[in-house]
Design a protein around this ligand. Sequence first.
Ligand SMILES: *Cc1c(COP(=O)(O)O)cnc(C)c1O
Length: 369
Amino acid sequence: MQPTDRIREDVRGFTPYAPGLSMEEIKERYGLSRVVKLASNENPLGASPLVKRVLGRKADMVFRYPRAGNPALTAALAAFHGVPQACVVAGNGSDEVIDLLVRLTCRPGRDNVVAFSPCFSIYVQQTKLCGVTLRQPSLGPDFAFDLPALAGACDDDTALVFLTNPDNPSGYAVPAEAVVALARSLPPRALLVVDEAYADFAEPAAEYSMLARFGECDNVVVLRTFSKLYGLAGLRLGFGVMPEWLADYMLRVRLPFSVNLLAEAAGLAALEDTAFVAASLETVHRGRARLAEGLAGLGCRVFPSQANFLMFEPPLAAAALFEALLRRGLIVRGLKSYGLPGMLRVSIGNDEENDLFLAAMKDICDHGV
Ligand SMILES: *Cc1c(COP(=O)(O)O)cnc(C)c1O
């Protein structure tokens, strides 16, 4: 017997989630003093000053357990988004809510989940871990959503349909109206999970988000995160808005303290700091237009994006360009793990970071890798 024979067979082929490279790693590898990370779609302005003050004050309390179910946070989220509190479940990142959705609704070996190919890797990992088949219709030309194909891949054993809107890594998005129509076209058992990690960055955001239309559908779950717009990726906080019966079961199975005391306090403060949110959005919108124009000017094929990143096909080999950027201290995201080896994704940075990125791109395009 091999020691690893003890590991379930479905799990043996697993590879770890491929995150953006860390800044420390790149500093060491290339002997750089400054590294700019535009790889993980984090907030270009950092964390809110109000959040930082609240975290300092809360430090005294970390010997206490948080309240199970995080009622203060779910109440604030419900009020903020105009949905019933009983429909809101907070998680250790929206990743945790994705994991719980799969484990709550999918019968291993029997049910299926549907998502476009390529899709966010957490959908792939968690379904595999659960022994559930993932059906993946292709995206349409230019990464557009082929919604009829998504509905067409469903049958009576489809437990979940994941739709990332705006999509990662392309930035493509459809208005909420199209999502409502998709929800209505699914077989009765299937739940539509709309992952809106980037919905705040769409213009106009209200036209794209399902939260305002949550009451219109009884088979929709909306996922949101504090990792992107709110600048709390390192604290791990996300939430789902879902039918009350589902939220009830999710709270029964969720580990009681998965959302920690500091994350809850930070989330509450982040909702209050409307000035920081407005500045973040303004920075992303401005930077997105500037980067799109700059990249196109360098001969890249840039895909229109409603998110806080841009996907582009460079005029030279993406892998070589990726390495050349790294040597200059710029970390972007290669998309080989998404099955898109010719593409790169760059997160919108602050003005200075965007300038450094475009200058490095120009240098590489002019003089070669
Ligand atoms: C970043 C991202 C999330 C957020 O994950 P967290 O666990 O909340 O940090 C969710 N879905 C997609 C598609 C993402 O890109």
